[in-house]
Design a protein. Structure first.
Length: 479
């Protein structure tokens, strides 16, 4: 039997005490020693790793790190440990799939992929956590994203104004009644949008800053359903707190079907550099299983998955060269050595703004590497600029993510490496300065006709042709 969420939570109250700074330094020391033991080195010339033995050794090192480090509970200030046998028991229970996304004709299933798999990944569309000026703008963007044939579900944002969204006078603050109210209004917009385009069973994803606001989204009729992803897990660098764990507790009580683990690393943080960060991601994905809310009964019925991601401590793009390498290697390590479907964060946050070539290049590079490495979904949703002003998003970027993700199925690691290198040559020198800020929805679209302006339609077509020349094979049914 796998260790349950409640048993893991109980350990948070009884494990040995430790200060967070001590745990952080322990991460750095442990992964540095493991990199030396396995002779891991980062070669910037290798943006998409193709060495299966290296991926397997990263998994071994990640498993050792998981056992050595455990998880840090911020609320109880304790270092919670799990044994290798407990981790392996969870991995043996995994079924290689995760069902329960959506309802009726709109149901999708996430299945484990391996590098080069022809199985198409599940696509989360719509700009993740974007901010909108009005409900009307948000609704139009949600509907335009939801109607794309490449999109399997949509991720929500938030209407913040101007004018202030609550009675035209009051703004939104986290951990405040306004957060609960406005996020709840947002999921109602999302449900209306998927119904308006004839896909009422499509899954939606929304996540508020606090657990109480996220829990308030639950409503089978107007809000988040048990068939929509909902919950929490570890956050950056092997930490858990009650704000995240409370989401999982509610997801269990609400009979939410989609449960997941999460592993994330800061490149240049306590995870170290690109040679050691994949170890932290693997360790997090393994340890996060205990906080997923999945037990044997749930895994047998619906499965369990893991989500992996990376953030650079300085560059505001998830498609920096080192980010692509770290994400690709961690994903390969997990899909080669477990039956978990892996949702890998390719490039949900480019540094460039919407409607610019650099935005599209960054997203394509990150997602191509991710899918070729075995990712089964893009769990962070449709892309938006890392620091994104109000309404600086459009459905064209969501469409691009969907088309790229579906087109990347069946791509070999070697072919992906060549394409990603070509794309990096187009934007790598503009990741820290000189990048374009982009355009608003209103600048890119005829809002009344709900259609991209001719110049942006031509721009989109030109970029597809450019990517086709690099070797991407777009699929006509998603055009």
């Amino acid at each position: 039997m796998v260790l349950t969420f409640w048993e893991a939570v109980e350990r948070c109250a009884t494990a040995p005490r430790m200060e967070e700074r001590e745990f952080n330094m322990k991460i750095w020391r442990t992964v540095t020693a493991l990199a030396k033991e396995y002779d891991f080195e980062y070669d910037p010339a290798v943006v998409v790793p193709t060495d299966g033995q290296l991926a397997d050794e990263v998994f071994e090192a990640g498993l050792k790190a998981a056992v050595e480090l455990g998880v840090y509970s911020r609320d109880t200030r304790r270092n919670v440990k799990f044994t290798e046998d407990e981790i392996q028991e969870f991995l043996r229970a995994a079924t290689g799939k995760q069902s329960g996304y959506g309802e009726g004709a709109d149901v999708v299933e996430v299945v484990r992929r391996t590098p080069g798999s022809t199985v198409e990944p599940v696509v989360y569309g719509a700009p993740q956590t974007a901010v909108y000026s009005t409900p009307e703008v948000a609704f139009k963007i949600y509907t335009l994203c939801a109607q794309e044939p490449s999109t399997d579900g949509i991720w929500g944002g938030l209407v913040i104004g101007p004018p202030p969204p609550i009675e035209g006078k009051f703004g939104i603050t986290a951990n405040h009644p306004s957060e609960i109210y406005q996020y709840r209004r947002e999921v109602e917009l999302m449900r209306r949008a998927i119904t308006a385009v004839g896909r009422p069973g499509m899954f939606i994803r929304q996540n508020a800053p606090t657990a109480q606001a996220t829990i308030a989204l639950a409503d089978p009729e107007f809000g988040v359903r048990p068939t929509d992803p909902m919950g929490g897990n570890l956050f950056e660098e092997l930490k858990i707190d009650w704000n995240f764990a409370n989401r999982t507790a509610f997801a269990i009580a609400y009979h939410t079907r989609v449960r997941w683990s999460a592993g994330h690393a800061f490149i240049g943080g306590f995870s170290g550099g690109p040679a050691t960060a994949p170890i932290v991601i693997v360790a997090g994905a393994l340890l996060g299983l205990f906080f997923s809310g999945a037990d044997n009964e749930h895994i047998k019925a619906y499965g369990v998955s893991a989500r992996v991601g990376k953030t650079h401590n300085r560059i505001k793009s998830r498609s920096a060269r080192s980010c692509i390498y770290v994400g690709s290697l961690a994903c390969q390590a997990l899909v080669r050595n477990t039956r978990l479907p892996i949702g890998a964060q390719g490039c949900d946050h480019p540094v460039a703004g919407a409607g610019t070539s650099q935005f599209y290049y960054e997203c394509a590079a990150g997602e191509i590497a991710s899918v070729a490495s075995g990712s089964s979904a893009n769990p962070s949703g449709g892309a938006r600029q890392f620091v994104c002003p109000t309404d600086h998003v459009s459905p064209l970027e969501s469409k691009w993510m969907g088309e790229i993700l579906k087109a990347s199925a069946g791509m070999s690691l070697e072919r992906a490496r060549g394409i990603v290198e070509a794309l990096l040559s187009r934007y790598e020198d503009k990741l820290e300065e000189g990048y374009p800020e982009g355009y608003t929805f209103q600048q890119m679209y005829d809002v009344e006709k709900e259609k991209a302006k001719p110049e942006f339609e031509r721009f989109y077509t030109h970029l597809k042709e450019e990517l086709e020349d690099l070797g991407v094979r777009f699929k006509e049914r998603y055009a």
